[in-house]
Design a protein around this ligand. Sequence first.
Ligand SMILES: [Zn+2]
Length: 435
Amino acid sequence: MKHAVIMAGGKGTRLASITRGEVPKPMVPVLGKPLLWYQTQQLKRYGFTRITMVVGYLREKIREYFGDGSRFGLTIDYIEEKEPLGTAGAFSLLREKVPEPCFLLVFGDLVFDFDMNRMEKVFLDRDADVLLIAHPNAHPFDSDLLKTAPDGRVTAFDSKHNVRNYWYDNCVNAGIYFLKREMLSLVPAPVKTDFEKDLLAPMVERGGRIYAYCSPEYVKDVGTVERIRAAEQDLLRGLPGRKNLEKKQRAVFLDRDGVINRLNGFVKRPEEFELLPGVSRALGLLNSSEYLSIVATNQPVVARGEADFSDLDEIFRKMKTLLGREGVYVDDVFFCPHHPDRGFPGERPELKIDCDCRKPKTGMLLRAAEKYNIDLAASWVIGDATTDIECGRRGGCHTCLVRTGLAGTDGKYDAAPEIIAEDLPDAVRKILGRP
Ligand SMILES: [Zn+2]
């Protein structure tokens, strides 16, 4: 049996104009139904029919509505907090309620629709102690962020109170976790405990197996009236369901150099990376569309020995920081570090291979398609080189050449783009404007 725990003790101070002190935050009406109702429906859909709710403020309102869950085809029980214990203070009490070796933990102020089977598989494959959903947001500069290794392992929690005089990833904890039952033993008695600060952060420092599951699916905190109204609009147009990775997704694959940033020879250091004008506006349009925005770029500088992987990571972090300052993001980054021709001083022979990912080969498109269930035939490749257009053609995507960067003058392939645009904003406008 699958077991979920919902932290439903919130008061919802910022929702007072809707709740009027009569219902707790998790019962706030969303299109006429309590927020918790949406959560339980999603959980049930994926077989999480045993649910424990940790309740506090106005808990009788929650118990009155859900009872033992039988009315909804669920088995629901409760832990009552007489005083608020923070996000993990009830862990010791949960030990008696959760017999299963692992469970799903959800915060009660979220609207979500994500493929729980897909996430559970990653949790099991990684043999993680904790797997948490992470995603970019529109204000990373004042958010708590996660630092992760390339395999997704969380290496640090970066508090929003830190002075960030460095480039950072736009990677935010969304408030949904798979975790092993053993985690509950970390809180021996009911005392006020913060899950992230008091449990996860020290675990990361001890080398615990905490992983981020980066997902573009719909997981939104609706702790303010404005966010509730936005979520209602999204639900009315069916957006959360369409973003679920069970459904085929559409993507715009973006080349980097000459499309996102000024072509400056090869970019080998963060100082050489400079956004082109209008790029954040273009990404803003993509972020509010239903296309994923995915960078797919050849970076032979690594194979040629001109930069190493950490330089490359730092350049991408600069890109994400600059975009984040403008309130926009890319959903993922794929790069090919290989190069087939030998003969550069300082080159790295192990990367001097004829790989399957260097554009115009389609390895990066195929990996992204697998990871996010993307329909390549409904997706676009935008680039400044004929190599990009040829890659898109081979991948079965729509193609768009921009007149920035190389503007197609590389002349390596005789591939005709479907659209020619002045720059990235023009390209995005044209793509989104198509029927
Ligand atoms: Zn490659």
